[in-house]
Design a protein around this ligand. Structure first.
Ligand SMILES: NC(=O)c1ccc[n+]([C@@H]2O[C@H](COP(=O)([O-])OP(=O)(O)OC[C@H]3O[C@@H](n4cnc5c(N)ncnc54)[C@H](O)[C@@H]3O)[C@@H](O)[C@H]2O)c1
Length: 320
């Protein structure tokens, strides 16, 4: 893997994080955005990320349990070097509206635009003739498969998925998933790139909606919510059953509060929309689940402004 210049298409929640983390690890990063309005929305995200990295580095210096593996190894932690990397990353990221200029000399383009099939196809179609021969192209899509888009990229052999988790400086996984036209060489290169930006690269050898994480997490969260929606028990008891029963740090409702109840609502509706998200066995198991009741519960919380930790209250209350 000999990548130097990385272009991130889309500067939303994940695009800005991927750009910041890649720049933090020394890559030359450009974010391609479609409009001046997008610049106005992306720049504050980068400002916030800089503040977050600094805050996390300070916490790591003060408490050995507050570790962010995306920022540093615990054995080789050098606070000043981490702070300097953060400043350098922040100062070096370029925002570009001209697509041709943005992708000039790009080694890797990471598409992280909104989860909309038609918009992604339009983007790939416009991008295809502009990329240099060498460019490898990946999508960060959470639910869509790379085979769906490969033919629009003009380089199916160099096109695959690189899927990150939210808050990548601490939740540092990158799932690498090929489609049937991807050459093995690029699959391996992406695993190396994941390591180079301090992610744990996870190979996904068959196309699968939901990849590894969400294929397990979604059924787990829905099972917890169904127990509540069906009146079997309350959120706190369900969480305790899970955390004390398995030693896991959070139960389903604590996770809902962390990711936000709007996302939870989207997951419940997505389950019904994306057929491949669950295996046929899990789907059958979940047939009796009352999805309407789950949606209703979440909607009541959302309408009351209880969106989870971010608003100070979801299934639990938090100090602001
Ligand atoms: N949010 C998450 O937790 C998460 C985690 C992993 C992967 N993802 C994936 O990352 C991708 C982006 O998600 P996000 O949460 O950052 O979304 P977001 O809504 O925060 O950002 C989307 C970005 O795409 C841009 N965009 C939208 N339509 C466009 C178009 N037609 N042309 C050009 N740019 C356009 C927006 O301006 C914005 O910069 C999605 O594919 C999503 O599935 C999200």
């Amino acid at each position: 893997m000999n990548y130097k210049k990385v272009v991130v298409a889309g500067g939303g929640v994940l695009g800005s994080q991927i750009a910041f983390q890649s720049a933090y690890c020394g890559f030359d990063v450009t974010i391609w955005l479609r409009s001046e309005g997008s610049i106005g929305r992306t720049q504050p995200k980068l400002d916030k990320l800089k503040a977050t990295y600094i805050e996390e580095i300070e916490k790591m210096a003060a408490d050995e349990n507050a570790w962010c593996a995306g920022i540093a190894d615990s054995e080789q932690f050098d606070k000043e070097a981490c702070l300097a990397n953060t400043e350098r990353a922040y100062a070096s990221i370029k925002l570009e509206l001209d697509m041709a200029k943005a992708v000039e000399d790009a080694d890797l383009i990471i598409e992280s635009m909104a989860e909309n099939v038609d918009d992604k196809i339009a983007f790939y179609t416009k991008l295809a003739p502009l990329m240099p021969e060498k460019t490898v192209l990946v999508t960060n899509s959470s639910t869509l498969l790379p085979s769906q888009f490969a033919k629009y990229t003009g380089r199916p052999e160099k096109y695959l998925s690189l899927h990150f988790a939210n808050s990548i400086w601490k939740n540092n996984t990158a799932e690498v998933m090929a489609q049937d036209k991807t050459e093995e060489k690029y699959f391996n290169e992406l695993l190396e790139f994941a390591t180079a930006i301090r992610m744990i690269g996870l190979p996904v050898r068959k196309e699968k909606n939901g990849y590894l994480l969400n294929s397990m997490l979604v059924p787990f969260l829905l099972s917890g919510l169904d127990l509540y929606a069906a009146g079997v028990s309350d959120p706190e008891s369900i969480d305790i059953a899970w955390t004390h029963g398995t030693g896991a740090p959070k139960g389903p409702f604590q996770i809902f509060d962390t990711v936000g109840l709007t996302t939870a609502y989207n997951i419940v509706s997505q389950y019904q929309k994306v057929p491949g998200l669950l295996s046929p066995v899990l789907k059958k198991m979940m047939m009796p689940y009352n999805f309407k009741a789950m949606e209703k519960i979440l909607k009541e919380y959302i309408d009351a402004g209880k969106l989870g930790m971010s608003t100070g209250e979801g299934f639990y209350k938090y100090e602001k």
